[in-house]
Design a protein around this ligand. Structure first.
Ligand code: PHE
Length: 452
């Protein structure tokens, strides 16, 4: 059967942007930037994007389009001996999908709770206790009914989209969800900026600490963030690019994807820090004391802020958690597609079967995190994946493609042939030297931090 294809180039770009814009943009970037030099961090970010993010993104685009397969199949076509690399990436995607879906499920619950702030005044106690620890003894040996239902809804949504196919499912969903996400988030930003104290938050977020650029840790943070943020090293972009027509532009698409993702990070930073500025003002403490990220930001701090917000505070919550759901779902679809396509290519089964078996398996495993104490498992897995999984897979794939198989000239020839504009020798230089160096440094640093 002929390989499925995107309907339009815009559809492909939208899907790539949908994968890149995820929970990380909203709850990770703002804090990482603030914690690593504020405004000065943007410079490190831009540098990391140009010397590692876009180069690796382009490498994956080029591999996918040229070799026309999911990651395992593409790597097998490059060289029989490297098929395992694709499976490794697929395995990481599989693991990420199992817990990413759970976070989206929480966000879905919180979207509903927003209507009447049913999290009450002790938002931390509610999230960690009432919500997460509630186990209904009867339900399959202690599954958490609070999480179970939204989780089923999330997976059902993913299944419907995946079963509809690349063009009618994934492309269609991204074409609706991403513009909707941007509009909804803009509404959040406007509301946040009109809150009292917003300016103080922005001041903390944007104030550049130029000295920070002299610290290696800041650069490690910038490079570490860009890989996760652009969804590279997971085989996602290889898979998505494998559905492109043979002669469709790559270079321009990579730049559009990276800059759109970067713009959304900035927008998120403004929205989040304006809101944190309001919270700090309320509590009469410096913004630094309330600045936070991740699960604590989304499910503890934001609900607390919503409690004290004047006006239609419920709407703010619905918009915020709705944005998490949209940003998350479009990323989850891309991770799921990665292993579904891998299975489909390898075992020559239909898309339907592969979705049911592959997607079904990750849906079942995701239930593990919906049990009592599941959040601790989630936290540990997420940490491991973030600190080692992605960086290792990225590092190994760059070393194999650039140094062992020496395929960069070939790939560059391909992308320059199909694209609107040509990519110069900075691309090869970045992938041969800069990317492996920073990925290696990231792994070593993560290792040192962990044994300390
Ligand atoms: N890029 C997504 C984000 O910023 C995360 C993600 C990673 C999505 C891997 C898919 C796969 O949150």
């Amino acid at each position: 059967m002929a390989r499925e294809q995107w309907g339009t180039r815009a559809g492909f770009i939208m899907a790539a942007i949908g994968s890149a814009i995820g929970l990380g943009n909203i709850w990770r970037f703002p804090y990482v930037a603030y914690d690593n030099g504020g405004g000065a961090f943007f410079l490190a970010y831009l540098f990391a994007m140009l010397t590692a993010g876009i180069p690796l993104l382009l490498m994956e685009f080029s591999i996918g389009q040229k070799f026309r397969g999911s990651s395992p199949l593409s790597f097998a076509r490059i060289n029989k001996k490297t098929e395992w690399l694709g499976w490794w990436q697929v395995a990481i995607s599989f693991v990420v999908a199992t817990y990413y879906s759970v976070i989206i499920a929480w966000a879905l619950s919180y979207m509903v709770f927003s209507f009447n702030q049913s999290w009450g005044s002790d938002t931390q106690g509610f999230f960690l206790g009432d919500y997460l620890e509630a186990t209904e003894a009867g339900v399959l040996g202690g599954l958490n009914g609070n999480v179970l239902i939204p989780l089923i809804v999330v997976w059902a949504g993913v299944f419907v989209i995946m079963l509809a196919g690349v063009k009618k499912g994934i492309e269609w969903a991204n074409r609706i969800f991403i513009p909707l996400l941007v509009v909804m988030f803009l509404a959040i930003v406007v509301r946040a900026l009109t809150l009292e104290g917003a300016v103080n938050g922005l001041d903390v977020f944007f104030r550049p600490d130029w000295q920070a650029l002299a610290q290696p840790g800041v650069w490690v943070a910038a490079y570490g963030h860009i890989f996760f943020s652009l969804s590279i090293g997971f085989a996602i972009m290889i898979t998505y690019a494998s559905y492109l027509p043979k002669k469709e532009d790559l270079n321009n698409s990579a730049f559009i994807t990276a800059f759109s993702n970067g713009s959304f990070e900035l927008l998120a930073g403004i929205g989040i820090f304006a809101t944190l500025g309001f919270m700090a003002g309320n509590l009469g403490v410096p913004v630094a004391e309330v600045a936070t990220s991740g699960i604590g930001l989304a499910f503890i701090a934001i609900p607390e802020i919503i409690n004290t917000m004047p006006g239609f505070n419920g709407l703010f919550g619905v918009l915020f958690f709705g944005c998490l759901v949209l940003a998350g779902i479009t990323s989850l679809i891309s991770i799921t597609e990665t292993y579904i396509a891998g299975v489909q290519d390898k075992f020559k089964v239909s898309r339907t079967k592969s979705v049911i078996v592959g997607g079904g398996l990750s849906a079942i495993i995701s239930l593990l995190y919906a049990t009592r104490g599941g959040i601790n498992v989630l936290d540990a897995v997420d940490n491991f994946i973030n600190q080692f999984g992605i960086a290792f897979a990225g590092l190994v794939s760059v070393i194999i493609v650039a140094w062992i198989l020496r395929k960069l000239d070939f790939l560059q020839g391909h992308m320059n042939e199909v694209s609107d504009f040509r990519i110069g020798s900075w691309w090869k230089f970045s992938l041969m030297f800069i990317t492996p160096l920073v990925l290696g440094a990231n792994i070593i640093l993560a290792f040192i931090n962990n044994i300390r």
